[in-house]
Design a protein around this ligand. Structure first.
Ligand code: HEM
Length: 387
């Protein structure tokens, strides 16, 4: 009998065969292990994403949700509340705010590349990707550097789930509370001393004369730190992994860096770090002969939709010239990733510099340690050897 267990560490090593069985044989599947429905075909996922009245986020979008988070951040609320939060944050995420990160991103990756220059083997995730994303986020929010390590460690823990208990354990909950306290202090401090940074922009942003409440700013900052550090660093790890595994693609990018944005889009399709998110069914819904009842949870497998042969020809081929239309790497609908533009710009700059310095490399370990997470998939360590 087919089982679908997103908590099984073996599943993260290669989730794609299981996704294919789901798409072909069980397109609307009840997973006993996850205690929720699983949707795996591109069209079904897109339909769910564009139909928030049926597929609600208000009970949380994380597969294993933190108590108190549901309903209070933009990722875990429905319109109209969601739209108000989103509009206010978007008004702060201007092109000008993002332009500010280009030079610091370049300087950060150059500095961390210099640190690994003399080593025959380096760990892309911990020596480069994670350090650059921390630098970027601290720069964007103008956060004091003294607690950078703690912020990073807690952001990493927040995306994890205990594979045995299939829940957030004490250490994950403690990380969430640590981050909420940290964000609260940061917001209070910034209200006293506003500057020209993204956080100050959030605090002062207004739409129709209305500002964000302190609690909203605090929980949103908590989410932005988690997403900003872990989603972005996780994706950079996946992109580096693709470039190690597909040397022809890498050499093409080294020869013509203007193709890096196309390669980023293909990696977001091929193996996005944000693999699965959750919704809650609002009205009994029939799909592929199954009835999802109001109140049931449903898992949307973006990583599977992106490999759906009904949408993309030869979906298991990594092809940097593909330019995949409307991939689900950043989700879609009202909740599509708010950091997408930032993530694209940051990845482009970082990988331009990275490939300039490191043109030839291969991965050292065939078996990778994957971040234990029901939502995300990225390596915890990615050792690369030159040559
Ligand atoms: C390449 C890196 C990233 C990936 C792959 C990614 C992926 C995603 C995905 C799939 C969603 C949709 C979640 C859902 O359907 O419930 C999402 C939402 C979101 N992301 Fe990202 N993300 C990335 C980077 C970032 C960054 C850098 C930030 C901010 C600094 C960010 C902030 C957000 C926020 C705030 C939402 C919620 C949007 C809403 O509900 O309206 N993300 N992201």
């Amino acid at each position: 009998m087919f089982r679908f267990d997103p908590y099984d560490p073996a599943f993260d090593a290669d989730p794609f065969p299981a996704y294919k069985v789901l798409r072909d044989e069980h397109p609307c599947f009840w997973s006993e292990e996850a205690r929720m429905w699983v949707l795996s075909r591109y069209d079904d996922i897109l339909n769910a994403l564009t139909n928030w009245r049926v597929y609600s986020s208000a009970k949380g979008n994380l597969i294993d949700e933190f108590p108190g988070r549901a309903g209070s951040t933009l990722g875990s609320s429905d319109p109209p509340r969601h739209d108000r939060l989103r509009a206010l944050i978007q008004s702060a995420m201007t092109k000008r705010a993002l332009d500010h990160i280009l030079d610091p991103a370049r300087a950060s990756i150059a500095a961390h590349l210099a640190e690994v220059r003399d080593r025959p083997v380096f760990d892309f995730v911990n020596d480069l990707g994670s350090k650059v994303t921390v630098d970027l986020l601290f720069h964007l929010f103008a956060m004091p550097r003294d607690q950078a390590d703690e912020v990073r460690d807690n952001a990493v823990l927040m995306v994890q789930t205990d594979a045995e208990t299939r829940q957030k354990s004490e250490k994950h909950l403690a990380a969430f509370h640590w981050m909420a306290d940290y964000a609260e202090k940061l917001v209070q401090e910034r209200k006293q001393n506003p500057g020209d940074d993204l956080l100050s922009n959030f605090i002062t942003a207004e739409i129709d004369g209305e500002k964000l409440l302190d609690k909203e700013v605090q929980l949103t900052v908590t989410t932005l730190i988690m997403a900003g550090i872990e989603s972005l660093s996780g994706f950079m790890g996946m992109f580096a992994l693709n470039l190690a595994d597909y040397p022809d693609a890498r050499r093409t990018l080294v020869a013509d860096p203007s193709l890096i944005p196309d390669a980023i889009e293909e990696s977001l399709r091929f193996n996005t770090s944000a693999q699965r998110f959750k919704r809650c069914i609002q009205v009994d819904t029939e799909l592929h002969g199954q009835t999802m009842k109001a109140g049931d949870f449903v898992m949307l497998c973006y990583g599977s939709g992106n490999r759906d042969e009904r949408m993309y020809p030869n979906p298991d081929t990594y092809d940097i010239t593909r330019r995949p239309k409307r991939h689900l790497g950043f989700g879609g609908g009202v909740h599509s990733c708010l950091g997408a533009m930032l993530a694209r710009v940051a990845c482009q700059v970082v990988f331009e510099e990275f490939l300039k310095a490191e043109a030839e490399f291969s991965r050292v370990d065939q078996q990778l340690p994957w971040v234990p997470s029901s939502n995300f998939r990225s390596p915890q360590i990615l050792r690369l050897a030159r040559g």
